[in-house]
Write a protein that binds this ligand. Sequence first.
Ligand code: MLT
Length: 312
Amino acid sequence: PFGLGRPAAADSFPSRTITVVVPFAAGGPTDTVTRLVAESMGRDLGQTVVVENAGGAGGTIGAQRVAQAKPDGYTLLLHHIGMATTPTLYRRLAYDPVGGFETIGLVTEVPMTLIAKKDFPATTLAEAVKVIRRDQEKLNYANAGIGAASHLCGLLLMKAVDAPMTTVPFRGTGPAMQEVLAGRIDLMCDQTTNTTEQINSGAVKVFTVTTPERLPALPNVPTSTEAGLPEFQVGIWHGLYAPKGTPAEVTARLSQALQVALRDPKLIARFAELGTTPVAQEMATPAAHRKFWLADIAKWKPIIQAAGQYAD
Ligand code: MLT
C-alpha cells in the first residue's frame, strides 16, 4: 500500500476548503470574476472555495504567495493578463513568474473601457485626447500598479496619444474606482466587470471600449476604431493557476470543475451583464491555457520593451 498506485491525496481531492488568491483588492474586477467562479466550482467540487485578496505591487504579491504555497491544489491563483506582462515588466521578482506555476485553465475575456470622473471636461474620445494632451501634467491616471491591466491599458493610451500622465497606483481598481467616483482621480482604463454598472448609472464618463466590436452591455459606447484611435486596443483574459509541482490529477480535477462553472447559466448571465464572457470549454484546460499564456508573453514583450517601462 505504500507508494504504489496513484497517490491517495489525488484520489480524494478535494477533501477540504480550497483558497483562491486574488492578487488585487476586494470589490474590483478580478475579485468579481473570481467570486462567481469560486462559488460555482465549489458546488462541483463539493467543497467550499474561499477567495482571499492579496493586492499590491501590480499583482505580484498575490502571485508570489501562490508560487510559494504548498503544491497540493488547496491554494490557487486567479490572475489576468498581468501573468503575461509581469515577466517582461519586472527585472527582479522573488518568485519565478512563469516556471512557478501550473496552469489549470483560462477563465474569461474582458474588454477594457476608458472612463473619467463625472465632471471631466470632455464627452467624446477625441475631446478627451485634446484635454489629455493639453493638461497632461495636471491629470491623474489611476492604475493597480505595474503589471495591472489598468497599467497596460494606460501604457497603450499614453503611447497612442503621446502624452504621459501622472499615474497613481492602488491595490486594485476597486479602491481606485472609489476615487474616480469621488472626483479625486481624473481617468482610468479598467475592465468592464468593474465599470459597466458605474457607466450605465451615469456615475462616471466613458469614452471608448478597447475591443473591435461594441458590447451588448454598453451598446452606446463607441469602439476605439469608431472613436478615431484604432491602435488603442487591448483585451484582458483571466486564468487559474496552481503552484508548480501540483499533481496533474489535481489540476485536471480543478480544470473539470472550472469547465462546469463556466457553463453555469447564473454565471454566464452575470458575466454578460458585466460585459464579459467565459472562454470556450476547450480553453479551460491546463494545456490550452499554457499555450495561450506563453504566446501572450511573446506578444507583449516587444510592446513593453518599446515602451521602456520597467519595475525593479
Ligand atoms: C483588479 O482586480 O483590481 C484589477 O484587475 C486591477 C487591474 O489589473 O487593473
